[in-house]
Design a protein around this ligand. Structure first.
Ligand code: NIG
Ligand code: FE
Length: 407
C-alpha cells in the first residue's frame, strides 16, 4: 500500500537529484511545485509531481493537502536533549544581572547539569529525553543529533551515550550521537586542565570508540573553556578512532575555534556568534558547515551570528535548536526559523534550506534526509492552511504544523 499526499498547494524542497548542501546565493531558492502530489511506499519517497500525473490507485492511503504546504521535515543537527532536572534558577540569576560565564565560573551551568545527571538513573534519563524527542517530532523534526557532555567522567559520559544509543535504536526518526566529554572542566580538574584533556584522549575516547557509542566528537572551544591547542589534541585523537569533529566554536569570543575546526576537517562548526572576516575566509571553500543556533543567542541575550555576511560571503549555513537546559531550553525549529529571519535577516527560504538540506549535511544524513527526493526517507511536514512560506515564521507563536509523517 502506498501513501499519497494529494492536492498540495505548494510542495517545497522537491529536488529530483538532491544537492549535498546549498551555499551562498543558492540558499535563496528551493525547487517548488504547485498543485502537486507526493507518493510514499516502504517508508521512502517514491515520486512527486503535478496532480495531473498523480498515481493514486484503489487501496492507497490518501491524504488531502488542499491549501497546505508540504516540505521535508527539519533536521536538527545540534541538541543536548539528554539531561536531568532543569536550570531555571540560573535563568532567574541572569534576570538579576549575572552572565552565563559568571554562573559557570561559580560552578553552576554545565557543572550543575553534570551533578544532576550523575544522580539520575539511566532509565529516567531515557524517559525524559524520549519525551523531548516526541515533542520535537510533533514540531516537525525528522532527524536529530544528540550530544553527551553532562557526564564529564568516564562512567557518566558512557552512561549518556548509552542513553543516546537506546534512543537511536528506539526512535522513529534518525539519530546521530556525538561525544562531548570536552564540554567543561570538571571541578576535580579546575587546576589541572591538561590532566582532563589527557583523561579524554587516553581513557574516554578509546572507551567510547570500543563500545561504538558515538558517531562524532565535539569540543567546546571557547574563551574560558577549551583552548584551540587542547581542542586540536582532542579532535586529532578522535579522528584516529574514526570520530569526525562537529564542534562548539566562537560562542563567547573570537576564540580561534572556527579555524581549528576547519583545520581538523570538522563536519560542522556551531554557534559562531563571534565571527569576523578571517573566520568567514577560513570557512569559504571548506567542507565544514556553519551551523547557527539563534535560540541560544535569544535565551542568553547575546549578539546573533552574522548570518547575512556569512551567506553573502558564499558560505553554507545550517540552523539547529541547541535544545539544552542552560542556554536554549526549546526544541522548536519553527521558532528557530522565526529567529533566523527576524534577528539574523535570513529570508524564509534561506532559513528553510538551512533547517532541512543543510541540517541534514551537518549530521551526515544528506543522502537520506533533508529534501523531497525519490529514494529518501519519507519524513515530511504538512502545514496548516497558510498563504505563503513566510507566514510560518512570521506568525511566530502559532504552531503552523498540522501533521507530520515519518517513514
Ligand atoms: O551549546 N556552549 C556550550 N554548550 C551548550 C550549553 C550547555 C549548557 O549551558 O548546559 C550550548 O549552548
Ligand atoms: Fe550546544
Amino acid at each position: 500500500m502506498k501513501t499519497i499526499i494529494k492536492n498540495i498547494k505548494w510542495l517545497l524542497g522537491c529536488h529530483d537529484k538532491a544537492p549535498a548542501r546549498l551555499c551562498g546565493k543558492d540558499m535563496a531558492v528551493t525547487p517548488t511545485l504547485t498543485d502537486a502530489f507526493v507518493a510514499i511506499g516502504d517508508g521512502v519517497i517514491e515520486s512527486f509531481g503535478p496532480m495531473s500525473s498523480c498515481p493514486a490507485a484503489k487501496g492507497d492511503y490518501v491524504i488531502d493537502a488542499t491549501d497546505r504546504f508540504v516540505m521535508p521535515a527539519f533536521c536538527d543537527s545540534h541538541t543536548h536533549i539528554i539531561y536531568a532536572g532543569s536550570r531555571e534558577q540560573e535563568y532567574e540569576d541572569r534576570i538579576a544581572g549575572m552572565s552565563y560565564v559568571q554562573i559557570a565560573e561559580r560552578g553552576g551551568g554545565i557543572l550543575n547539569s553534570a551533578d544532576l545527571l550523575h544522580a539520575t538513573p539511566e532509565r529516567t534519563l531515557y524517559r525524559s529525553a524520549m519525551g523531548r524527542v516526541r515533542q520535537m517530532m510533533r514540531g516537525g523534526t525528522g532527524a536529530i543529533e544528540i550530544k553527551s557532555g553532562y557526564g564529564l567522567t568516564l562512567e557518566d559520559e558512557l552512561k549518556m551515550l548509552r542513553v543516546a544509543t537506546a534512543i537511536r535504536d528506539d526512535a522513529v526518526i534518525s539519530v546521530k550521537r556525538t561525544f562531548l566529554g570536552a564540554h567543561a572542566f570538571p571541578r576535580a580538574y579546575r587546576d589541572n586542565r591538561d590532566g582532563y584533556v589527557r583523561l579524554i584522549t587516553r581513557e574516554m575516547i578509546p572507551a567510547v570508540a570500543s563500545e561504538k557509542l558515538a558517531d562524532y566528537i565535539d569540543v567546546f572551544c571557547d574563551e574560558g573553556f577549551f583552548t584551540p591547542d587542547q581542542t586540536r589534541r582532542i579532535l586529532e585523537c578522535g579522528l584516529e578512532y574514526g570520530l569526525r569533529p562537529k564542534i562548539h566554536a566562537n560562542e563567547l569570543a573570537l576564540s580561534g575555534g572556527i579555524q581549528t575546526g576547519v583545520e581538523c576537517g570538522a563536519l560542522s562548526v556551531d554557534h559562531l556568534e563571534h565571527v569576523g572576516p578571517a573566520e568567514i575566509e577560513a570557512l569559504r571553500d571548506s567542507d565544514t558547515m556553519a551551523t547557527l543556533l539563534p535560540g541560544a543567542a535569544f535565551f542568553l541575550g547575546m549578539n546573533y551570528a552574522p548570518a547575512r555576511q556569512m551567506i553573502d560571503g558564499g558560505l553554507s549555513v545550517a540552523l539547529a535548536s541547541d535544545y539544552n537546559p542552560g542556554s536554549s531550553p526549546s526544541g522548536s525549529m519553527q521558532f528557530v526559523l522565526s529567529l533566523a529571519s527576524i534577528k539574523m535577516r535570513m529570508t524564509p527560504v534561506e532559513a528553510f534550506n538551512a533547517a532541512t538540506v543543510n541540517g541534514a549535511y551537518a549530521m551526515g544524513l544528506n543522502d537520506s534526509h533533508g529534501t523531497i527526493t525519490p529514494g529518501k526517507r519519507a519524513n515530511i511536514i504538512i502545514t496548516k492552511p497558510m498563504p505563503s512560506l513566510a507566514y510560518m515564521s512570521y506568525h511566530y507563536t502559532t504552531d503552523m504544523i498540522e501533521r507530520v509523517i515519518f517513514n
